[in-house]
Design a binder for this molecule. Structure first.
Ligand code: H2B
Length: 100
């Protein structure tokens, strides 16, 4: 069963509650660039996020360059943003806060 897509009002409300996330130009994803002290901190963040993502059965699109991690969250099965993206965004924010 596909998760229901969030409507524009729900997306706006959710973004107001999240730290530093922006709506992608196509409206189908949220993005955030995380910056850490060094590669070790960035990779520790990715490790914690990966384990959280696996538990949620919801996975990020991301790239890492040294101390930076760029993240794009979307629900592929639904073709856009769902509550699952918001849950993962909150977990990633928490993992980042612990390292900044
Ligand atoms: N991650 C993301 N971001 N979107 C999905 O639709 C998705 C996923 N689907 N992780 C999951 C896995 C699905 O493929 C499995 C079968 O539950």
């Amino acid at each position: 069963m596909r998760d229901p897509l969030l409507d524009p009002a729900a997306i706006k409300a959710a973004l107001a509650q999240l730290e530093g996330w922006a709506l992608a130009a196509d409206g189908c994803a949220i993005t955030r660039d995380f910056a850490f002290a060094d590669f070790r901190a960035a990779f520790a963040f990715m490790t914690e996020s990966a384990l959280a993502a696996e538990k949620l059965d919801h996975h990020p699109e991301w790239t890492n360059v040294y101390s930076r991690v760029s993240v794009r969250l979307t629900t592929h099965d639904s073709g856009g943003l769902t509550e699952r993206d918001l849950s993962l965004a909150r977990l990633m924010d928490k993992a980042a806060r612990a390292r900044n």
